[in-house]
Write a protein that binds this ligand. Structure first.
Ligand code: GLA
Length: 374
């Protein structure tokens, strides 16, 4: 095949899709250098990116009426709203010394926003992978991750911990992605559900990192690290937990430490169970994780607790909130023949409690970011 002439190639669009994620287990462990086990959803964001002749970056979305167009030299951290996640990719690449031309970025996403399914990481990673391809940057997997994280942490200013971008970039179909967030070493752990299903309940309860609760948990963990004289909470294992708790006189910090240390342990046990194809062992770990988020880390919400309890009462082997918390989605691991009954039970329970109607859907471990045909 003859190469595409330059004058045509510079206006050629590329299309990349990056998925949202469910975190099977390992919540608020990523910024504590700990362990996480997310898997990618089929839902995702597709970015269509092309070079434009002027020195501006324009972001538009098929789901939104608003958009933004900013001169490359005027891109500055602190850009609020969804456009920041798209424009920030150009900024983060320039920060690292890459030449970035004028760009048009068109987004099309089916990841529910604000549901704890990482719609923002899907957006960011669809754009960073598209730019890597379009501009022939050949970024290494670690560089791509660093650029994607920088968009969220440095440009948008959200103090998130990196799991979501990692999941969007590196998950593979049929597996959950086990990651050590200190070394960033990853392992694809086969996650075959057999006669079971993962049911997601989107409670549609308000969820926001911006309200400061996420930041407060993060700062609390950092304070505990200082007082305990460790590098990160990851450095405390289950055997050392009691001694660590005895050193803290602040009850809130004690609860945070207990959650993170026990959650890391639950991730490791879940990975072991999946390796042993012992799905029966996974359910109780999910439920214990939920209890820890509810009672110790205190990041659940009434809607979320009701969804988890109702799933369990409807035959789930285990259920837990997934994502940053304060609302959003609950996942249940349950026999496929119990799904319809569980969906009805959750809907009825929400109506009886006076909560808005939740959405329910089943999910399968899907692939990470990939190029799609135009
Ligand atoms: C959000 C953040 C992640 C992680 C989770 C909680 O999704 O983006 O980095 O901290 O919350 O596990």
């Amino acid at each position: 095949m003859s190469p595409v002439p330059l004058e045509e190639s510079i206006f050629m669009a590329v299309h990349w899709r990056a998925p949202g994620r469910v975190n099977l287990i390992g919540e608020h462990t990523d910024y504590n250098d700990g362990f996480v086990l997310p898997f990618a959803l089929e839902m995702g964001c597709t970015a269509t990116v092309e070079i434009r002749p002027d020195a501006a970056v324009e972001a538009r979305s098929a789901q939104r009426d608003d958009g933004a167009s900013v001169a490359l030299d005027d891109l500055a951290p602190g850009t609020a709203g969804w456009t920041g996640y798209a424009l920030g990719a150009a900024w983060a690449l320039r920060q690292r010394g890459h030449e970035v031309p004028g760009l048009t970025i068109l987004l099309d996403s089916d990841v529910p926003v604000g549901a704890g399914l990482s719609s923002s990481a899907a957006l960011v990673c669809s754009v960073t992978t598209a730019l890597d391809d379009l501009l022939d940057l050949h970024l290494s997997p670690d560089e791509l991750l660093a650029v994607s994280r920088s968009v969220e942490n440095d440009f948008v200013g959200a103090p998130t911990g990196g799991m979501d971008q990692l999941a969007a970039l590196r998950c593979t179909a049929g597996s959950a992605l086990f990651c050590d967030m200190r070394s960033l070493a990853t392992e694809q752990v086969p996650f075959s559900l057999g006669d079971h299903t993962i049911l997601v309940v989107d409670t549609r309860a308000e969820h926001s990192h911006a309200d400061g609760e996420y930041r407060r948990r993060r700062e609390g963990c950092e304070e505990a690290v200082r007082r305990l004289g460790v590098q990160a909470l990851r450095d405390i294992d289950l055997d050392g937990l009691d001694a660590a708790l005895a050193q803290l006189d602040d009850e809130e910090l004690r609860r945070y430490v207990r959650h993170v240390v026990t959650e890391d342990d639950r991730v490791l046990k879940t990975v072991q169970a999946l390796h042993a194809s012992d799905l029966a062992a996974v359910g109780p770990l999910l439920s214990a994780s939920h209890a820890s988020m509810r009672d110790d880390f205190r990041i659940t919400a009434p809607e979320v607790d009701l969804a988890a309890d109702t799933l369990e009462a409807s035959g789930a082997d285990g259920a837990r909130m997934t994502g940053g918390g304060f609302g959003g989605c609950v996942i249940g691991l349950l026999p496929a023949d119990r799904v319809a009954g569980a969906e009805t039970a959750v809907r009825n329970a929400f109506a009886a409690a006076g909560f808005g109607e939740p959405a329910t859907f089943t999910v399968l471990p899907s692939r990470g970011a990939h190029r799609v045909d135009g």
